[in-house]
Design a protein around this ligand. Sequence first.
Ligand code: TMP
Length: 204
Amino acid sequence: MTASFISFEGIDGAGKSTHIARLHEHLLARNTDVCLTREPGGTPLGEAIRGWVLNQGMAIDSEVLLLLAARAEHVAQVIRPALAAGRTVLCDRFSDATLAYQGYGRGVDLARLRQLCGWAESGVRPSLTVLFDVPPEVSRDRLAGLKTPDRFESEQAAFFERVRQGYLALAAAEPERFVVLDATQPLDTVTAQLIAAVDTRLPG
Ligand code: TMP
């Protein structure tokens, strides 16, 4: 399988950002034309939505619809054009985050969310998704140093356990798309496994 749209997932505090930055450097060093982006975010509208969704209290349906508006904009303005230009897209979270956080975490109906995510994606789907798996106890210790945790980082361990189990269920349902990494291992070990997983799937 080749992959040029790669998404990265995991509960808050899984160490995702550090590993993505290292993978990005690795790909640049091997001259891959790479577009590094994130959700919610990646466009001016998406970054504005990120500020609201992470920091402002709101109804769950508003949260879902704002996240999906950010995704629709991101797909239209960034991801689809990058893929069309033959670039490799590294996306820090995508639709699996909506299923895991809003679906498994907050209890929004999964079938409905899948339908709405399909609308926002409009046919653009990751060919590889890397899940950084850690138990909530580990993520909580890693988040403990944050001065001002956002709305998600402030959630209880039970919420993160539901999100984690949701991610693992999504990975089990699509083993050909997902690679699950044990992110409790030493940082360098996880990065090495990530790079190996991506290198074997990238074209060329
Ligand atoms: P980040 O801190 O990994 O950038 O992610 C921002 C937060 O947004 C994270 O706590 C998960 C949350 N999120 C959702 O709840 N649903 C989504 O669809 C996305 C993309 C992010």
